[in-house]
Ligand binder design. Structure first.
Ligand SMILES: [Zn+2]
Length: 132
């Protein structure tokens, strides 16, 4: 229960919540927190996980990687190192997202994605924008 959730785990939980609602992943925080027809428990969990995700993303050092698409330093790389190994890179300028995940035990590749339309795409950008 007190296990520290990785960013990937937090994102999985948010995606799971959002998948329960029609177009849930397209809705913004106002819909989730204020006017959406969301079950109170899901509303509470969504808010908690989103807050936690923002805290974890802020722990990543901006510029700890360079975007391999546009070359911007306005990007973060998150290293996965629990039941999965790999990394998730995200650029706040062009939204280019790299997700590489392997099973830590077997080395089996779970996901190997590069592009702009991953469900994680835009989360880092949204966080940066919310800070102004
Ligand atoms: Zn970029």
């Amino acid at each position: 229960m007190s296990k520290r959730l990785s960013v990937a785990e937090i994102r999985e939980r948010i995606a799971d919540l959002e998948s329960r609602y029609h177009n849930g992943h397209k809705q913004g925080s106002e819909w989730w927190q204020l006017y959406g027809d969301v079950h109170p428990t899901d509303r509470m969990l969504w808010g908690r996980y989103t807050k936690l995700l923002n805290v974890r993303l802020q722990e990543q050092k901006p510029g700890n990687t360079k975007c391999t698409n546009c070359g911007s330093d306005n990007a973060i790389s998150e290293t996965l190192s629990d039941s999965e190994t790999g990394h998730i890179d995200e650029c706040a300028d062009c939204n280019y997202t790299v997700v590489y995940r392997e099973d830590a035990d077997t080395g089996r590749v779970i996901e190997d994605y590069q592009g702009f339309t991953h469900e994680y795409s835009g989360q880092y950008k949204a966080l940066k924008e919310s800070q102004f």
